[in-house]
Write a protein that binds this ligand. Structure first.
Ligand SMILES: *[C@@H]1O[C@H](CO)[C@@H](O)[C@H](O)[C@H]1NC(C)=O
Ligand SMILES: *[C@@H]1O[C@H](CO)[C@@H](O)[C@H](O)[C@H]1NC(C)=O
Ligand SMILES: *[C@@H]1O[C@H](CO)[C@@H](O)[C@H](O)[C@H]1NC(C)=O
Ligand SMILES: *[C@@H]1O[C@H](CO)[C@@H](O)[C@H](O)[C@H]1NC(C)=O
Ligand SMILES: *[C@@H]1O[C@H](CO)[C@@H](O)[C@H](O)[C@H]1NC(C)=O
Ligand SMILES: *[C@@H]1O[C@H](CO)[C@@H](O)[C@H](O)[C@H]1NC(C)=O
Ligand SMILES: *[C@@H]1O[C@H](CO)[C@@H](O)[C@H](O)[C@H]1NC(C)=O
Ligand SMILES: *[C@@H]1O[C@H](CO)[C@@H](O)[C@H](O)[C@H]1NC(C)=O
Ligand SMILES: *[C@@H]1O[C@H](CO)[C@@H](O)[C@H](O)[C@H]1NC(C)=O
Ligand SMILES: *[C@@H]1O[C@H](CO)[C@@H](O)[C@H](O)[C@H]1NC(C)=O
Length: 839
């Protein structure tokens, strides 16, 4: 224990610490503040925005026309001095900023569209890029002021920001900031939520601030933030404001060494919070939830700020934090986070993708550990969009970055115009109001934008006729690039010979599937939904969302879609050989060999494994069946039909409750009983497929004797007796090596376990199937003509041969799986091979 002197010293240290932090205010080495189009300097919150005449050497465009206009009442909300003037770019133009200190910088762009002479800034449409990132593309500001804030780690000596007007349009800018950010503000590490894992690499990620919220407090304007950030109140994001109450004690906030500083967030943010309303009622048990509209298809860095200014003693408050209903922190005890001192700031960085489609939800709720005073708090929240794999922060269009280095400034006259709108004196109060309105309007604009573009796809008309060949080979395996294409209805008509009935290759719940050919010769499958079915519409969206996120060689690729004229048309790569089901029974197609069947099962397992694990959030297919496994001309399997897919269960929660959907005969009995969906439901269905592949009969066949009707029940009976070989597809009789069959049967059996927890993961299934194939191959390679009757029921003791063959086939295997990111670690396969040799 401490003696009094030590305690005294400690308290003394504590009392001076806040002072240290207050005094050490950050001085940015790079600090460009430019009031574009203005002839005078403008001072805001004690920052001097300099007339851009002063910085004209930074700009590639010549300053040909200087126009001063006194437009009265431009707009009441445009009263910020920064918004009174603008620079108009009529051709590609660039700012080149010399950078003194490499590292993170804010880039803040201010836009307010007003009309000036014959230039209508509301009609301006343009892109803004740096050397490395697309900040904005196809960008317009319709009415209200917009401020865009980015945080980029600049790694070269200059920053070039290019303004590129769209064809026949103009670009404009009211003000720009390029300002150094303290290095420690964004660390390299964060954690992801599903799976819970540590993430590193944030240092090189470009961020765009989409929300910055001060919980339980008023707007904190840029003048009250050491890094000139603006924090808005949280009220309007609360889903049920009546469940929340606010609390404030700014004086209590204690910054300690090694913890967050004022640069992380100011005391006015850490000193106010939103907590559970009626927190003193020991029975209260609810979450306080905020919801934010964000652009789908991006990942977001979510920074949660906490400071326990409500507790009276240490270890008094425990609570849970959820993001998109994933458990982000369980039984969080803030008092243990920083030197056991109350009221010290603490923050948490998480990476998440939007939930269902375009929402991020953050919830706090009580922990079961404190029943006396259930409470939960949140002080501040920042949501930052992360650049995607094409280095863009703007979802709508691709802009060549090369244009950033090919500035114009080619001596052409009349490229740059300075517009000045002289207004009277301004006050800080007005500015505060403007910033506040600006943030709200910006958000509203974003929301409006999104309601129209619920389909999270990049739309690129120019390439709609040539993209087929680009994607039809399915090798573009990038989850994040997610390009889908809207295809004009006429092109779909043309491709399908105007929906020729004789071109129909399938009919499903959703509608008819036609064979088709795009005019570049790409063969496609065209699925045309019944336009008026609401259910169909939901599935249509799900399928586009899923398939545009997931690209994998074992998932059927979406080439495009068409939603013109209320149509719901999906265009996929064409799968020459149709469904796996049709190759098993009922169609008269030649039967598949055991090796072919195993390879198909392995391919499908890979596709499902990728769905379950390949993205931040597991995706459950929900309708795994042999009719949804398609084969290309080389019999490579791809999983299709994502219409019923759901993003998966939460870490802690372990299941998704949902109405039972899926196909009879494949349904997970646990899901059926409890309506709780997990990845293991797919594993169950896949187990049924495995038996279907082995026995080549329908999963439900009412024409058979009672005990045989249900394939899963029937095969399990024989598997448990160890006599599976009695019921296999007769065309395989004698062609399956006993080891391989045993492994296969065990794998399928495990998949069909009654309880999800007892079933293997798709990854385990995958490597067991790989192993079953190895066991089969080991013999076939050794002696392809081996007398088939010897094969079943005979354990192969050829250890030496086996050993030899393993190395051969392993080399093949490794090379074939190199390009397959979802492949399961070879070492696991090997370890089992080695073990098997021993027994
Ligand atoms: C504007 O500010 C710059 C420095 O930031 C200064 O050099 C210049 O003289 C000022 N211009 C006016 C018109 O005050
Ligand atoms: C802004 O400019 C004024 C003079 O116009 C000067 O007194 C003041 O110190 C400047 N502020 C900063 C932060 O440079
Ligand atoms: C714009 O106003 C400045 C002074 O406010 C003046 O020096 C300049 O000549 C004016 N330019 C034009 C084109 O009228
Ligand atoms: C910026 O990125 C470089 C690597 O490109 C890294 O070394 C550096 O630490 C980063 N700086 C900051 C402040 O993130
Ligand atoms: C400016 O353009 C917008 C959008 O194109 C249009 O709605 C508005 O009427 C135009 N305003 C003027 C003054 O031309
Ligand atoms: C640009 O955005 C508008 C809506 O803001 C959209 O209608 C248009 O299709 C987009 N253009 C391109 C080329 O993406
Ligand atoms: C705090 O809560 C009260 C109602 O409980 C509300 O009227 C007030 O606006 C809130 N203050 C802030 C700053 O959110
Ligand atoms: C900063 O905050 C203090 C108190 O919270 C307030 O009095 C002051 O007006 C604020 N300043 C600005 C520029 O918002
Ligand atoms: C709070 O939300 C999480 C995630 O959505 C949920 O699991 C939990 O049951 C909720 N708690 C309460 C008390 O509603
Ligand atoms: C963001 O851009 C960097 C390079 O500029 C890249 O390495 C990184 O992969 C991108 N982020 C994502 C999520 O693709």
């Amino acid at each position: 224990m401490w003696d009094c002197r030590e305690l005294g010293l400690f308290l003394c240290a504590l009392s001076i610490l806040p002072l240290v932090c207050f005094s050490a205010s950050f001085v940015p080495l790079d600090n460009y503040l430019i009031d574009c189009g203005s002839l005078a300097n403008t001072s805001i919150d004690s920052r001097n925005f300099t007339s851009d005449g002063f910085y004209k050497n930074l700009l590639s465009t010549q300053q040909d026309v200087l126009a001063n206009t006194s437009l009265k009442s431009v707009t009441s909300s445009g009263d910020s001095p920064l918004y009174q003037t603008a620079r108009i770019f009529t051709s590609s133009s660039k700012y080149t900023f010399p950078i003194i200190k490499k590292g993170r910088h804010w880039i803040r762009l201010y836009f307010f569209p007003f009309a000036y002479q014959n230039h209508n800034l509301s009609a301006a449409n343009f892109a803004v890029t740096t050397q490395n990132y697309i900040l904005l593309s196809n960008f317009s500001v319709s009415k209200n002021p917009v401020m865009k804030e980015y945080s980029l780690n600049l790694t070269s000596d200059t920053l070039v920001i290019t303004f590129n007007p769209s064809h026949n349009s103009i670009a404009f800018l009211n003000a720009i900031e390029v300002v150094s950010v303290p290095d420690e503000l964004i660390a390299d590490d964060a954690s992801t939520l599903n799976p819970v894992a540590s993430y590193s690499g944030l240092l090189t990620v470009a961020l765009e601030t989409v929300f910055r919220v001060n919980m339980g407090g008023p707007t904190v304007s840029s003048g009250n933030d050491t890094l000139h950030r603006t924090w808005v109140p949280d009220q309007k994001f609360l889903i049920q404001p009546n469940l929340a109450s606010n609390f404030s004690n700014i004086g209590a906030v204690t910054y300690v060494n090694g913890g967050p500083t004022e640069n992380t967030a100011p005391p006015s943010v850490y000193g106010t919070l939103t907590q559970m309303n009626s927190a003193d009622d020991p029975r209260s048990n609810f979450n306080v939830t905020w919801q934010f509209d964000v652009e789908p298809q991006f990942q977001y860095l979510i920074r949660l700020h906490f400071c326990d200014i409500v507790s009276k003693s240490l270890n008094e408050l425990y609570f849970n934090v959820y993001v998109n209903s994933w458990l982000a922190a369980k039984d969080l005890d803030l008092s243990t986070k920083n030197h056991n001192v109350l009221a010290t700031p603490y923050y948490m960085d998480l990476i998440a993708a939007p939930s269902v489609s375009n929402k991020i939800r953050v919830s706090i709720g009580p922990s079961t550990l404190n029943n006396d005073y259930p409470n939960a708090i949140l002080n501040g929240l920042e949501i930052m969009k992360m650049n995607n794999s094409i280095s863009s922060l703007s979802g709508s269009t691709t802009v060549p970055l090369a244009s950033a280095s090919s500035g114009s400034g080619s001596g052409s006259k009349k490229v740059g115009i300075i517009v000045g709108v002289t207004l009277g004196a301004i006050s800080v109060l007005v500015l505060v109001a403007v910033l506040f309105i600006l943030c709200r309007k910006q958000r509203r604009l974003e929301r409006e934008g999104h309601s129209k573009t619920w389909i999270p796809l990049s739309i690129n008309y120019g390439t709609s006729h040539t993209m087929g060949s680009k994607y039809s080979n399915g090798t573009t395996a990038s989850a994040a690039s997610s390009f889908g294409y809207r295809i004009p209805f006429v092109a779909v008509q043309e491709a399908t010979n105007n929906f020729d009935e004789s071109w129909v290759i399938g009919i499903g719940g959703f509608g008819k599937v036609y064979k088709g050919m795009l005019n570049d010769g790409t063969k496609v499958a065209v699925k045309r939904g019944n336009p008026r079915s609401q259910q169909g519409l939901a599935e249509f969206r799900t399928e586009i969302e899923m398939l545009s996120q997931f690209r994998h060689r074992h998932l059927v690729s979406l080439i495009g879609y068409c939603d013109e004229r209320n149509e719901m048309i999906l265009i996929y790569e064409y799968m020459e050989k149709g469904t796996l089901k049709s190759h098993l029974y009922g169609s008269g197609l030649p039967s598949l060999s055991w090796k072919e069947r195993l390879e198909i099962c392995i391919g499908a397992a890979r596709g499902l494994h990728y769905l379950h694990t390949g993205y931040a959030k597991a995706v459950i297919h929900r309708d795994v069946k042999s009719a949804n496994i398609l084969l290309d001309e080389n019999l490579m399997a791809k999983v299709a039909d994502f219409g019923l897919s759901k993003t998966g269960p939460e870490i802690d929660q372990t299941h998704v409750s949902t109405a039972v959907k899926g196909s009879f005969g494949y349904l997970d009995p646990e899901y059926f009983r409890r309506q709780q969906l997990t990845e293991k439901s797919d594993v169950y269905s896949f187990g049924v497929v495995l038996f279907e592949v082995l026995c080549a009969r329908p999963v439900i066949d009412p024409s058979l004797p009672r005990e045989k009707v249900n394939l899963a029940e029937w095969t399990m009976k024989w598997q448990k007796r160890g006599q599976l070989e009695q019921i296999i597809d007769p065309t395989l009789a004698g062609k399956i090596r006993a080891d391989s069959l045993r492994k296969f049967g065990e794998t399928a059996e495990k998949c069909l376990a009654d309880f999800g927890v007892d079933r293997p993961s798709m990854g385990d299934v995958l490597w067991n199937l790989e192993y079953a194939l190895q066991l089969q191959e080991a013999v076939v390679q050794g002696d392809p003509e081996e007398n088939s009757t010897n094969m079943i029921g005979e354990l192969s003791p050829q250890v030496n041969d086996f050993n030899h063959d393993v190395s051969v086939s392993a080399a093949q295997f490794e090379s074939s799986s190199l390009d397959d990111l979802s492949g399961v670690s070879m070492s696991r396969v090997f370890s089992q091979l080695v073990k098997s040799e021993g027994r």
